[in-house]
Design a protein around this ligand. Structure first.
Ligand SMILES: [Zn+2]
Ligand SMILES: [Zn+2]
Length: 379
């Protein structure tokens, strides 16, 4: 449980511990001023932050994080985007939130001015990247274009905050945004109707969450494919009706076998494998839909004739738009799936490099590795 919270104003220090990215693979723990929330912003005391595959990319290559229009190295930049915490201070004009509220945070705050933002597609904001160095104007993505959560405090735009359901641990709450990405993918596919069939390819965090969310929404059957038995059995615990180890059985044949030759309505592609889209084309039925939540590093050949002839729709998603995170949080509040099964390890803020090592090398089957910044740890 959380420590009691002083509701009327929380004491906030002037400086805080924060990790900054000096160069590739060079994270350094330092002391920074605690940021001040501006209009429509709150200061979040970071309680827990999960490590994501994208954090590893930022650590090694810099991109997709960009600070001041360039690589994020040696700019006193703090990465980390899958965090949750407690509202510690309110900026001018904020009456939607109170000090002491427990919140999870979305990565993207859209500019709120462009066509896409007005459609709810704020993760595809047309002003992305136009606000470097001037966060009050335009889109920002915490842990990508502005400071993130590998620190004791972070500033967030009010639109990026989600209430953490009562009784949910800090560690589990860091997974709300991942569930939101899965929910957004299913939204983009047209919204899942109970009884529709789905294949999820790739049992990483987004794939596993896609299984859980789809099952919670009534998908039937849900088939998960992957290479690691431990991940696949976790997929079963999260609701998959069938799992297919593609080292043992051809995934397209397996899907055909399970569906009696019909194929499925939808594929959520979460593996990023070179041939994944071609396989997905063979898994969906005519008129079916495919959502790409992962992608290969290089250009890959695709059987476009098959796509056109079979009237197959393909979508790409970026992050989690259309308030999908709120819907994901609602499913988690109703305990429709056990997201916490994906949380495997917890470390302290000082141990961030060890936490990264566990995540990257999948030590002890690590999936979601959480760094606990404030408050007691939950197993
Ligand atoms: Zn992430
Ligand atoms: Zn915008």
């Amino acid at each position: 449980m959380n420590a009691p919270i002083q509701k009327k104003g929380m004491s906030v220090p002037k400086t805080m511990k924060a990790w900054v990215l000096d160069g590739p693979e060079r994270l350094r723990l330092t002391e920074k001023p605690v940021p001040e929330p501006g209009p429509a912003e709150v200061l979040v005391r970071v309680d827990a932050v999960a490590i994501c595959g994208t954090d590893v990319e930022i650590l090694t290559k810099g991109l997709p994080a960009m600070i001041g229009g360039g690589l994020p190295f040696n700019k006193n930049f703090t990465p980390g985007h899958e965090y949750m915490g407690t509202v510690a201070r309110l900026g001018a004009g904020v009456d939607e939130w109170r000090v002491g509220d427990r919140v999870a945070v979305e990565v993207h705050a859209g500019c709120g001015r462009c066509e896409r933002c007005r459609m709810g597609m704020y993760t595809s904001c047309l002003n992305y990247g136009l606000n470097y160095g001037e966060s009050s104007k335009g889109h920002r993505a915490n842990g990508f274009t502005t400071d993130g959560g590998f620190a004791e405090y972070a500033v967030n735009q009010v639109n990026t905050l989600i209430h953490v359901p009562e009784g949910m641990s800090d560690e589990e709450a860091t997974l709300i945004v991942t569930a939101g990405t899965a929910t957004y993918g299913l939204d983009v596919l047209g919204g899942l109707i109970a009884g529709e069939s789905l294949v999820v390819t790739g049992p990483g965090p987004i794939g596993l969450m896609s299984v859980a969310v789809a099952k919670a929404l009534g998908a039937q059957p849900v088939i998960l494919t992957g290479t690691r038995d431990a991940r696949l059995s976790l997929g079963k615990r999260l609701g998959a009706d069938y799992v297919v180890n593609i080292r043992k059985e051809d995934p397209v044949e397996a899907v055909r076998r399970i569906t009696g030759g019909k194929g499925v309505h939808y594929v959520m592609e979460c593996s990023g494998a070179d041939n994944a889209l071609n396989e997905a084309l063979d898994m969906v039925n005519r008129g079916g839909r495919i959502c790409l939540a992962a992608f290969p590093g290089e250009r890959v050949p695709v059987d476009l004739a098959k796509l056109v002839r079979n009237n197959i729709y393909v979508y790409g998603i970026r992050g989690e738009g259309k308030s999908a995170v709120h819907r994901a949080a609602a499913l988690m509040a109703q305990k429709r799936f056990e997201a916490k099964l994906m949380h495997t390890h917890t470390f302290g803020l000082e141990d961030l490099p060890t936490a990264f090592k566990y995540f990257r090398e999948r030590i002890e089957d690590a999936i979601k590795v959480v760094v606990k910044v404030h408050g007691p740890k939950n197993p």
